[in-house]
Design a protein around this ligand. Structure first.
Ligand code: SAM
Length: 320
């Protein structure tokens, strides 16, 4: 069993499963599009180096702090390994591979969303429990912070974001309360406004009342769904035959986008039944390696609450 490092800043989810999937992928370049602290990447790189005698990782992250942590962690991997780390949004994968002169890859992994480092560092502004500036940018050079959204958008647009990205049923009430409380600059200030905007009975059920609002703002600030929609077809196209693409998602919007893209790529002939020969010429690009999304065990979820919502989907590239 692959153990997360003692004192690691982020505990990788479904680590053994992810390592096994990519250790079995063909020899070739492995891409981790969400490197974080390289918990998954270091373990996968080591497993592939042990198996093939050499291994190459292309690691992407839009957060320079994550890349610095990852670099230190990856230096511990033994054997003939080649590592390329690039600061970029992951949908820049095609340009990165082109710049490195890499055509096809043996594996792509995405572990979506934010890391424990983001939540644990109050100054990054992701936490409603610890006070910090309303920031929420994974990439500190992004032009718009969460404070810009809550202070500049009108109530209708704010409510739309809360409904769409947070599935928040009290979106209108929260948006009106936010507009009335402006200007807001601190995370706990916003969390308090949200708590007070939600009916008392609803406050007693589910998790913290601000969870969905914070998720929605974070997704909007970082353009998370846009990046995901963009990378899915591009990464599928860059897989070598037998190459594996695995995505760990943490909420239904992400999972739905992955499910749809994988199902589409796994679809063959779409001619109406009854045609004597196929006229569409379409063949499946990939096969599903697992039919239903895989979830962490209750033991893993109990030990690492961040894992609770995780869903893993995996496909493998077919001959084309
Ligand atoms: C859940 S963490 C990954 C943790 C990692 N698997 C580990 O074991 O340490 C997600 C990481 O991906 C990065 N990230 C999220 N969305 C991204 C995107 N669209 N492009 C590039 N990096 C992204 C975040 O900055 C964060 O460091």
């Amino acid at each position: 069993m692959t153990q997360p490092r003692d004192g690691a800043p982020h505990v990788p989810v479904l680590l053994d499963r992810v390592v096994a999937l990519f250790a079995d992928a063909p020899d070739g370049v492995y891409v981790d599009g969400t490197l974080g602290a390289a918990g998954h990447a270091a373990a996968v790189l080591q497993a592939r180096a042990d198996r093939y005698g050499h291994a190459t990782l292309v690691g992407l992250d839009r957060d320079p702090h994550a890349l610095a942590l990852a670099r230190a962690h990856l230096a511990e991997v033994g054997g003939a390994v080649e590592v390329h780390l690039v600061r970029t949004r992951f949908d820049g994968i095609a340009e990165v591979l082109d710049d490195l002169g890499i055509d096809r890859v043996a594996g792509v992994f995405l572990d979506l969303g934010i890391s424990s480092m983001h939540v644990d560092e109050a100054e990054r502004g992701f936490s409603y429990r610890q006070d910090g500036p309303l920031d929420m940018r994974m990439d500190p050079d992004l032009p718009r912070t969460a404070a810009d959204l809550v202070n500049d958008l009108d109530a209708r647009e704010l409510a739309r974001i809360l409904r769409r990205y947070g599935d928040e049923r009290f979106a209108d009430r929260i948006a009106r309360a936010v507009v009335a409380a402006r200007p807001l600059s601190r995370t706990v200030e916003l969390a308090e406004v949200v708590r007070n905007a939600i009916p008392a009975a609803a406050r007693r059920t589910g998790g913290h009342p601000a969870t969905r609002t914070f998720q929605a703002l974070r997704i909007a600030v970082n353009g998370e769904l846009d990046a995901l929609e963009q990378i899915l077809p591009v990464a599928l196209d860059r897989l070598a035959v037998g190459g594996v693409f695995a995505v760990l998602s943490y909420h239904s919007l992400e999972d739905r986008a992955v499910k749809r893209a994988f199902a589409d790529a796994a679809t063959g002939c779409v001619c109406p039944p009854g045609l004597p020969v196929c006229a569409c010429g379409r063949t499946p690009q990939v096969e599903h390696l697992i039919r239903r999304p895989e979830r962490p065990s209750p033991d893993e979820a109990a030990a690492n609450p961040r894992a609770t919502a995780a869903r893993l989907r995996v496909v493998r590239r077919l001959e084309s």
